[in-house]
Each structure stands twice: as C-alpha cells, then as structure tokens.
Design a binder for this molecule. Structure first.
Ligand code: NAD
Length: 497
C-alpha cells in the first residue's frame, strides 16, 4: 500500500469532534498503513498548548486503540500544535512557516488537507486567510473538509459557498455528511444495483411507498442552546434524510464513480416537489417531546431542558411525505420520520412493495377459521444502525393440511464482530478525501437543492405562530399526527414501537 503524503491542518484541534472522531480515525488510517512516515498534522485552536500537551491529548484519544505504546508515541510524534486565533491575520504567517517547515521535513510534496472542525461562523474567515496569507501551495494538492452545518438556509449556504469557491475549486471541497461514510448507507447502492430482483422493481409500478426512519432516543443533552436554534428539520432532514432519499431514488448511474453518482443524486433531488404553505401543512408534521419514560427511566420534556426557551416552538420531531415528480416515482410517497427521545435509536429504511394484483387467498381453505386471508406486502428493510443488514418479508404457507398464509422474513445482519471492525464513518471519509474521491461528500448543488426543499417547510412553519405544536411523550415514536399522516394514504409505519 502506498502511503498518503500529506500535511493535515485541523482548525479546532482542541475541540470535541477532533478528540472524539478525528484523532482516532487518523490513528486507524495509520495502523492500516495509509498514513505512515510522510505525514504531519498541525492542530490549531486558541488555547496556548505546547506540542507536548497536544501529543498527550492525542495519546489519550487513541488510548484504547493502540497495540503498543511505541506505536502510539510514534504516531503522536507527527502532531504539532500551533496556537492560533482564526480572526487574527498575523497568526497565519506563523502557521504558514510551520506548514512550510513540516512540508520540507517530511517531504510532503506540497499536499495539504485543511479540516475545518470549528463553528461554521468561522469557515469563511479561515478559507479567505488560507488564500491571502499564502497557505496554499503551488505544488501538490490542497483540499478542504468542511463540517456541517453548511449554512442555515439557502441564502446563508450560498453566501458561504461563494466565499469558499473564491478560494477552492468545487473538486477540492469536501462537505461532510458523516452519514455518507456509514457502511450500510454505502450498501444501499449494492442492494439496489447488484440485485436484479430489486432493480427491476425499483419504481412506481411495484413500490407502494418508501419509509426513511432516523430515530434517536437521546434528548438534546448539553446542546440545548444550539438545538433550539436549529430543530429536527435543519439538523436531520436537510442533510442526512435527503441524502438517503437521493441514494434510494436516483436512477442507476452510468458508472459507479463520483461524477455519475452525484449527477444522478442531484437529478433526484431536483425532482422532489417543492411545497407551498398549504402543501406543507398537508404533508408535514412537527412535534415536541414532553415528559415520558424510556426503558423504565423518566425523562423531562424538551421545554424543561437546559438552555431551551420554555416557550420554544422548535421541533424535536418531523414526519413528512415527499413526492418525486419523475417517471420512476410519480405517485409514490416517500415518508420520512426523525426525532429525539423516541422509543429507541435506529436508522431504518423500509421499501414497501405493492400487493399482488389479485388475492387468490381471500377464501380460506380452513373451514374452521373461514377467515379472509390477505398476503402481507413484501417489505425490504435496510438497517443502517445500530444493527447493520437487511431483511425481506415474504409470504409462505403454514405447514399443515390447511392452506394458511404465513409471513416469513429473510434476515441478514452483520455480526457484532464485523460491526466492531467496521471503519468509522470519519475514517472512511478522511481516507476518501486523501484519495481525492468526493463520492461520499455532498456537492454544492445537492446542498443547494436540499436547502430549497427545507426552506419551504421552514417558512410555512415560521409563518404559523399560533397553532399548537403536537407533542409526544418521550419514549414513543412521535405524535398521533405522524400516524394519521400515513394512515390517510391507507398505509402504516412498518417500524412500530
Ligand atoms: P468544539 O466547540 O468542541 O470545538 C471548537 C474548536 O474551535 C475548539 O478547538 C476551539 O478552541 C476552537 N476555536 C473557537 N474559536 C476559535 C478562534 N477564534 N480561533 C481559533 N480556534 C477557535 O466544537 P466541536 O463539537 O468539535 O464541533 C466542531 C465542528 O464540527 C462544528 O462545525 C460542528 O457542527 C461539527 N460537528 C461536530 C460533531 C461532534 O460530535 N462534536 C458532530 C458533527 C459535526
């Protein structure tokens, strides 16, 4: 394996994301040989840390991963700390000197990856300074990884994108949606495009509806202040849910590569119907959790959480119905459902196939029962997390002299051992960026279209300042309205509590 020669500069190097996700991910890449001798990492943040202090933090964050102390210490020796206020232009000169020095020392050929692991309010300032202060080399590549959220609506996202594209080319920008680094999200394409059984039926002739569930059992934890400004729609639907929807709905790409997959995803997103206010009220439901119990333990309601406005109208739950107005999907509802403090944590996709055209079993052969038998619709479920795998429900016959239909389930789940060895989303995504592969990152046009879709919903909700926000008890799968929404169409949520 050829090692990746690179200088990685992490803005926000003392932060939570860096310590919990980035350092362990870099270490795993090191253990696998993707990073070896010719790499260096500069961590920057405002705190006046020394290299020694920084390396102690690195060692602590990889403590349970290292196979020997020597391995951990050698890895940490590639890390350098530079105290740096991103608003202070002069600080970039020091940073540039250190970068140039490390480039020479480790013979990195000018390859530079900048990771912006800080509050999005700083993204513009940082990229502008990278250019004006000469941090971008004329040799090698320079790429930037940008954390979410990318803007708070279409207008702010567009303004941010302009700033970034003044400095970096679209092909050098890696907008993170860590969901796209998850094993089973990537597996959606395998299930769809490697199975004739499914691809042949992946359209409105055979599929009744699609359900995307992204449930959390956690509340807002210590992020109440941030969450109250954001809400479930912006936090989950704009990015993760619409990305999953695009992967499910896109046409087969001409080739399995970045350009072709992105272009199909963008087309799918563009075909999603943009709702006016009346349509939002008909197709989307919001909710807020109130006190309830999960696994016997009592949890307080959202408005009682720390740093949350007691009169807050922020939604902690969203359920909705999207329509994709193209030949493939016309008439097929794509239901989405996401929220905090739900029954259990899990991301699951259910593809509900249509029923057979004629029910041959409406008359039972069982004289005693004389019941009407109806085959259950076939459902393909893709489990993203915490279990990984898929299942397919079919109808068989109950053993015996009678003829009774028996629902059966073919079920495949990755073993606990496989899951334990699955590369973390961040590990995969960092490696992709080192390989220059943007397939599992979001292109500007995807971000833009997702915001346009979500802005319409947000606008309708913000304009409605009087109607009550439906509530749901902590530990349930959302307010009654979310169940009515799907029942109106004659369907039900496959994932029931
Ligand atoms: P954090 O608050 O823990 O870290 C912020 C970092 O920025 C710190 O290192 C701080 O020192 C530095 N910083 C703040 N102001 C600075 C300044 N003026 N100059 C230089 N450095 C400054 O935040 P975090 O949780 O690590 O999140 C970072 C980014 O990652 C955010 O965009 C967040 O939305 C995103 N994100 C985080 C997580 C997570 O699990 N923490 C998950 C998904 C996305």
């Amino acid at each position: 394996m050829q090692e990746k020669k690179v200088l990685i500069t992490i803005f926000g190097g003392t932060g939570d994301l860096a310590q919990r996700k980035l350092y362990p991910s870099l270490f795993r890449l090191y253990q696998k040989g993707h990073l070896k001798d010719q790499f260096a990492v500069i961590g920057t943040a405002r705190r006046p840390w020394s290299n020694e202090k920084y390396r102690e933090v690195i060692l602590a964050s990889i403590a349970n991963l290292a196979s020997s102390e020597e391995q951990a210490v050698t890895f940490a020796s590639h890390f350098y700390y530079q105290s740096h206020d991103v608003n202070d232009t002069n600080h970039y000169a020091t940073l540039k000197n250190l970068a140039d020095e490390l480039d020479r020392e480790y013979e990195l050929d000018g390859n530079r990856l900048f990771y912006l692991a800080m509050s999005p309010t700083f993204f513009g300032t940082i990229v502008n300074h990278l250019k004006s202060q000469g941090m971008l080399t004329s040799e090698g590549y320079h790429r930037v990884i940008i954390e979410k959220p990318f803007g708070t609506d279409f207008a702010t996202a567009e303004a941010l994108n302009k700033e970034i594209t003044n400095v970096f080319d679209e092909s050098e920008i890696y907008r993170i949606d860590h969901y796209l680094g998850k094993e089973m999200i990537q597996s959606i394409s395998a299930v769809r495009f490697a199975n004739m059984l499914f691809e042949a039926m992946w359209n409105n002739r055979y599929i009744d509806n699609v359900q995307i569930n992204l449930a959390e059992n956690l509340g807002v934890e210590e992020r109440g202040g941030y969450y109250d400004q954001s809400g479930a729609l912006k936090d989950m639907v704009q990015n993760h849910i619409l990305q999953v929807l695009a992967l499910l709905a896109m046409d087969p790409p001409a080739a399995f590569n970045e350009a072709e997959i992105r272009s199909e995803k963008i087309k799918a997103l563009r075909a999603i119907r943009l709702y006016d206010e009346e349509e939002v009220a008909k197709n989307f439901v919001r909710g807020q959790y109130v006190e309830g119990k999960i696994a016997g333990r009592k949890y307080q309601g959202y408005k009682e959480e720390e740093n949350v406005n007691p009169d807050s109208r922020t939604e902690t739950f969203v359920a909705g119905r999207f329509y994709i107005d193209n030949f493939r999907w016309s008439g097929v509802p794509f239901y989405v459902r996401t929220g905090k403090r739900m029954t259990e944590k899990g991301t699951r996709i259910n593809i509900v196939f249509k029923s057979v055209p004629i029910n041959l079993f409406s008359h039972s052969f069982d004289e005693e029962k004389q019941n009407l038998q109806k085959p259950e619709p076939n459902v393909l479920t893709i489990y993203i997390q915490p279990t990984e795998g898929f299942s397919l429900s079919l109808n068989g016959k109950e053993v015996g002299n009678n003829f009774n239909l028996l629902p059966v389930k073919l079920d495949y789940r990755n073993s606990a051992e496989i899951i334990a060895n699955t590369p973390e989303a961040y590990e995969k995504l960092i490696l992709d960026s080192l390989n220059g592969d943007g397939t599992n990152f979001t292109h500007w046009q995807e971000v833009a279209q997702s915001w346009k879709i979500v802005d319409q919903i947000r606008k309708a909700w913000d304009n409605d300042t009087t109607s009550e926000i439906p509530t749901y008890a902590a530990g349930t799968m959302g307010p009654d309205e979310a169940f009515h929404l799907i029942a109106e169409d004659g369907f039900e949520w496959v994932w029931q509590p």
